[in-house]
Design a protein around this ligand. Structure first.
Ligand code: MG
Length: 283
């Protein structure tokens, strides 16, 4: 069946983990917006989607009519945001954020871009506390708690509303440092094993370069992808998904398990290669 939706993991699939997408990916995604619904889905928070993807697309010239085909499945799709190009007056929809772009930019007039939150499934405070304490205990027991390496104001365990995320060196650590921390996932697999003993009612997934995402069972990418099917009113077979952690236990694995067609990439260069091929076929 013809694909109508291209869905993407973000970290290591569209970018170098935790950094804005490179020009090449931005340009390819803009081209794809003319032919496909584009759905990034990742454990990150909304502001990171803006910094890493949306701002870059606007900087590279994405038009509002193209942005209407961009769907942000935040925190593994437990939150969904979309661009609404209609005036607030006309439809009474309240914009929730302004996208910051350079004032000289030709599309800066769209910087009051209207991103509407369509749904949100947050964790309760009690759940956040249980998860945080299980992870911290596990990490400290294993000797991987590296608070001394944190940048000022950074944190190891972050409440992302729909999930709790452990980032061994914090969010702001350098890329190289992060890559070096746990390249074979061994440290994180140990943490996951222990955290699961301490708080078994939650699921823990290894992602990014130093991260573990803790969620309530079922609130993984599969939840997000099911929502995507509903929200976009498409069939599974219409989606093509790109991810770098499609192996068992990886945070893209739930998508594979659903039977959605998946392309496993090592990095954003692989993704760019595949997208060039797809666009070559489409045009
Ligand atoms: Mg990834």
């Amino acid at each position: 069946m013809r694909k109508t939706v291209l869905a993407f993991d973000i970290d290591q699939t569209l970018n170098v983990a935790k950094t804005p997408i490179p020009d090449e990916i931005a340009d390819l995604l803009i081209d794809c917006l003319d032919y496909y619904e584009i759905c990034p889905i990742s454990g990150q928070k909304f502001d990171q989607f803006l910094i890493q993807i949306v701002n870059r697309l606007i900087e590279r010239g994405a038009k509002p009519t193209q942005l209407e085909h961009l769907h942000l499945f935040v925190a593994q799709g437990t939150q969904y945001y979309r661009y609404n190009n209609y005036t607030t007056k006309q439809y009474g929809i309240k914009p929730i954020v302004s996208v910051e772009v350079s004032k000289n930019h030709p599309f800066a007039k769209y910087d009051e871009a209207k991103w509407e939150q369509v749904y949100n499934y947050p964790l309760t405070n009690e759940q956040v506390e249980k998860i945080s304490s299980a992870i911290e205990t596990a990490v400290r027991e294993l000797g991987f708690w590296e608070e001394d390496k944190l940048a000022p104001g950074d944190e190891i365990i972050e409440n992302r509303l729909s999930q709790v995320t452990f980032s061994a060196l914090g969010q702001k650590a350098g890329t190289e440092e992060k890559y070096a921390w746990d390249p074979d996932c061994k440290k994180r697999n140990k943490i996951v094993k222990r955290a699961k003993e301490l708080a078994p009612e939650f699921d823990y997934e290894v992602g990014g370069t130093t991260s573990i995402n803790a969620i309530t069972p079922g609130m993984n990418k599969q939840f997000g992808m099911k929502k995507m099917l509903k929200m976009l009113d498409v069939k599974k077979s219409e989606i093509l998904y790109f991810g770098d952690m499609t192996q068992e236990g990886g945070n893209d694995y739930p998508v594979v398990q659903m039977g959605i067609d998946t392309i496993t990439v090592r990095n954003h260069e692989d993704t760019a290669y595949a997208l060039r091929g797809i666009l070559g076929v489409t045009e």
